[in-house]
Design a protein around this ligand. Structure first.
Ligand code: NAD
Length: 459
């Protein structure tokens, strides 16, 4: 992975956007789409070599589809994205120079409801990654049984290069160019890496110029423009709920148990707070600048203040400075990757020294790493279950917008806890019944639901 993301790249399993672009570019994007257009091979063989993110998701899909005996025509119908859009986003600087960014939105499947998924601002955003994340959103919404399909998108920019005013202009241009394709009954974006409630507020404002005041067009908004109590912290809250259930299954006492968290943005920092509230010791955290380790436990509130003040956890007084690679190899009871995709790969999966991985990030584990971790007896609670708290409370936000009725924070939390518990139960039952990993089981639960909707509605 290039630039400032050097130490956790997708290497050893997933091709980076830069590698993909240096290759055959669009031709490669076409090749990766073929994994959607082809049914699962009869044999389950973990592919060696670099996979694109979309190929990796489809590998997981194929494995589950094979276990379900899903007919081939349905496999192809379910994997293929419904619509893919790329728009040009020019940004004119004060001196007249123009920087041209690319904005993407991939809408994967709408059989169970409007499509839903985040917007990511990151230099590595590209069509293949958006496809992969959109597909994961279809399966995630179905695992927690909320009435949404999947979508994802973003812009290939580094927000560190832009002022707030420029970020607003770029966001408005992107919205203006895709406004006909999104909407409360069609596709509902939300925050993801490097986007936040402020970005969502700009989208509401721009979209509303064309369609009238429509807060339900995005979720993850500030409370003042139709956000929901509990949305900002929802993914972390869901991570803590799932960690709790997984600890019970594993016979792990959480009080005093050690957790390391990679990424200290929305997901990582809220996970840290709620895991601490469960009595866990947060021994290490990291971000794009590096990590910090304190074996007796870091003070999570101090970390949050530090990030607010200086933008990174690095510099926490009294802690040992570590790299992201070192964090992944720490001996801990629970490891939570909560930054980018592909960070657990073929080359470091054998270094992992934890019994339980809770995937806060989307697609943090490559198929090859998954296989190694399975052989080594490490339990991996997959992204589409573990981090589904965010989309679940996004759904609550959308419901509140449509009904123009605000829920209390207590109601949001109660409903979230119930949904996460049911989903964890359904996935673990499926895993036990079929003797498969939690990831394959989660895909199986999801695929069954989406397949039923596709068949009932007709394509
Ligand atoms: P964020 O932008 O708030 O935070 C990202 C964090 O990752 C930051 O601390 C950043 O410094 C760190 N990071 C970035 N590049 C890194 C690198 N190369 N090495 C180490 N750390 C790095 O983003 P977020 O919303 O917290 O999202 C994190 C992950 O969780 C993403 O995979 C996202 O798709 C997933 N996710 C987010 C939500 C949500 O509600 N925000 C929901 C489900 C899944």
């Amino acid at each position: 992975m290039g630039g400032r993301n050097g130490d956790t790249g997708r290497g050893g399993g997933l091709a980076t956007a830069a590698e993909r672009q240096h290759g055959t570019g669009r031709a490669e994007e076409r090749t990766s789409l073929r994994t959607a257009e082809t049914p699962a091979a009869p044999e389950d063989e973990v592919p060696s070599g670099a996979l694109t993110p979309f190929q990796a998701v489809n590998f997981q899909f194929d494995r589950a589809a094979r276990a379900l005996g899903l007919p081939e025509h349905l496999q192809v119908a379910l994997k293929t994205p419904f619509r893919e859009v790329m728009v040009e986003i020019p940004l004119v600087h004060d001196d007249g120079r123009i920087t041209t960014y690319h904005g993407y939105r991939v809408q994967h499947n709408s059989a169970r409801g409007p499509m839903k998924g985040g917007l990511r601002y990151h230099p590595e955003v590209d069509l293949d990654e958006a496809r992969a994340l959109a597909s994961l959103m279809t399966w995630k919404s179905a695992v927690v049984d909320i009435p949404y399909g999947g979508a994802k998108g973003g812009i290939d920019l580094d927000p560190g290069d832009l002022t707030a005013a420029q970020l607003e202009r770029v966001t408005r241009t992107f919205t203006e160019r895709i406004h006909q394709l999104i909407g409360p009954n069609q596709d509902i974006p939300a925050p993801d890496v490097n986007t936040n409630p402020q970005v969502m507020a700009w989208i509401v404002d721009e979209y509303s110029k064309f369609h009238g005041f429509t807060p339900a067009v995005v979720t993850g908004k500030p409370l003042e423009v139709g956000g929901s109590p509990g949305r900002h912290s929802a993914t972390g809250r869901g991570i803590a709920a799932i960690t709790n259930h997984a600890a019970v299954s594993a016979g792990l006492e959480l009080r005093g148990a050690r957790v390391a968290i990679q990424g200290f943005g929305n997901v990582g920092s809220w996970s840290a707070r709620f895991l601490r509230d469960l009595g866990m010791k947060v021994v290490a955290v990291s971000d794009v600048e590096g990590g910090v380790l304190l074996r007796e436990g870091l003070d999570v509130d101090r970390l949050v203040s530090l990030v607010a003040e200086q933008g990174t956890v690095v510099g926490y007084e009294g802690a040992e400075q570590i790299t992201n690679d070192e964090l992944i190899a720490l001996e801990v009871d629970v490891l939570v990757p909560a930054a980018l995709g592909g960070v657990l790969h073929e080359r470091n999966a054998r270094d992992v020294r934890t019994g339980l991985i809770i995937e806060g990030a989307n697609a943090p584990t490559t198929p090859a790493a998954d296989e190694i971790l399975r052989e080594r007896g490490v339990t991996v609670v997959p992204d589409i279950l573990a981090n589904a708290g965010g989309v679940t409370v996004s759904y609550f936000e959308w419901v509140q917008n449509l009904q123009q009725f605000r829920w209390t924070a207590e109601r949001v939390d109660d409903e979230l806890q119930r949904i996460m518990k049911d989903a964890y139960g359904n996935v673990t039952r499926m895993a036990a019944e079929h003797g498969v990993t939690l990831r394959t089981a989660a895909f199986m639960v999801a695929i069954q639901r989406v397949a039923a909707a596709v068949e009932l509605r007709g394509v």
